[in-house]
Design a protein around this ligand. Sequence first.
Ligand code: CP
Ligand code: NVA
Length: 300
Amino acid sequence: MLGSLKGRDFLSLKDYSKEEIYGLLKFAAELRKDNKKYLKGKVLGMIFAKNSTRTRISFEVGMLELGGHAIFLSDRDIQLARGETIADTARVLSRYLDGIMIRTFSQGDVEELAKWATIPVINGLTDYDHPCQALADLLTIKDSFGTLSGKLAYIGDGNNMATALIFACAKVGMEIAVASPEGFQPDNEIVEYAKKIGGKVLVTADPAEAARGANVLYTDVWTSMGQEEEMEKRRKAFAGYQVNEKLMELADPKAIFLHCLPAHRGEEVTDQVIEGHQSRVFDQAENRLHAQKAVLAALL
Ligand code: CP
Ligand code: NVA
């Protein structure tokens, strides 16, 4: 099955079947113990138009561990910043590299890059989606419970993380409840797509309704990268959407807490919850490495 992923792009979990996602998760778990150099001599280019700690370092370390190499390409330094087109950039990079990971604003730009590149393109986060994170999240849920079932409650902004988790849950058959204030809820198109493929999705403005009985409580920042000017407005809009001990109590007693990080303690999550015994956020961050190695080794 994994053989069929060779040469593919990884732009969204929407493009991957349940079997392919399970295959990647199984491979990721194997790669924890197996240090085979699947990518000896291969080179990954990593274009960043936004900051990153986990994505950059886990991709770079992942390539090293697989026997390959990664090159950091700040979008300010390459000619993209001076107006070279995405199409030209894609065709040039395809002559040097074996794969491209890109973190930028527009999902359309990532799709454009993938359209012109003749090597796999991996989405390392856009304003729309964050599939690498969602794959690591599924791995963390599977590590914690042995299966991918039950309910994930996502509390907060209907942002890239919400999109990625809606696709991830719908694909693997987990129920998802998203609680966001009016005006910050996930796009209807995303929710309708998830429902069409059999996903169980609830969108509500009530965090308690989403959290009740959940097996996973998940949150993300209220102000994502690129939205800094809206910070004050967002702090007000999301004031009732903090994951705190009171909200955790509504979840299943064995529930785990996840956050893609970086976290703003005291905003979307309290110190008690993120440092509490139900929190798995650092296992989750580690799983970025294992999940991405699976994606890299399968695609490249
Ligand atoms: N979760 C995540 O993508 O982290 P970075 O922004 O640090 O890469
Ligand atoms: N929603 C956040 C996720 C960071 C990993 C952002 O886009 O900034």
